[in-house]
Write a protein that binds this ligand. Structure first.
Ligand code: HEC
Length: 156
């Protein structure tokens, strides 16, 4: 043991395993492991992603898609991205996650629904979850992409 742990820490860490195991879990190692796990998820989701599925989707009308997109947004996205898409959702604040502002005029994905869908499905190895991998359906990905590009951005 190169570092002396306080008695309190040892008790805490012993709860998670042996002292030897616990000793290896430094915050840096944990961050690195998380990042590697996310990169692996992104790679898996990239393999799974099939953009031709979007051609087979049908919606009754634009309103039906926007309505569904609003539901997906409020339950799944706004905790990080904020209700308005500006990136200041409660989890972004609490966990200090850097979430981009999607409402800026020069947003990289402006008008690029196929690109937005892919980003949602595949995620990113920073903090954006691989939504396709964790079960968000293609139709919900499509609805969320349109909700962002048609509604959140049109209120600039
Ligand atoms: C745990 C927090 C979190 C959740 C939940 C989340 N996102 Fe993200 N999202 C991020 C972060 C962080 C990024 C920036 C990734 C990067 O570093 O490029 C991001 C990036 C994006 C981007 C690309 C934006 C850009 O400017 O690069 C899109 C599109 C997006 N998210 C859509 C969504 C949608 C739609 C949902 C819900 C289905 C969602 N996100 C849920 C954290 C989150």
């Amino acid at each position: 043991m190169t570092r002396k742990l306080s008695g309190f820490m040892v008790v805490l860490l012993l709860g998670c395993g042996t002292a030897d195991e616990a000793e290896e879990i430094t915050p840096e190692a944990q961050a690195e492991a998380l990042r590697a796990a996310r990169a692996d998820s992104v790679a898996q989701a990239t393999d799974m992603f099939d953009p031709t599925v979007f051609d087979t989707l049908t919606w009754d009308n634009d309103n039906a898609r926007w309505e569904r997109g609003g539901v997906v947004w409020s339950f799944t996205c706004q905790r990080c991205h904020g209700a308005d898409g500006a990136g200041k959702g409660p989890d972004a604040e609490t966990f200090d996650i850097a979430v981009p502002d999607m409402t800026v005029a020069d947003w990289a994905y402006a008008g690029d629904v196929p690109g937005i869908r892919e980003r949602i499905f595949v995620g990113h190895d920073s903090e954006m979850p691989s939504m396709g991998l964790i079960g968000l359906s293609y139709s919900d990905v499509d609805a969320a992409a349109h909700y962002i590009d048609d509604l959140l951005r049109s209120t600039e």
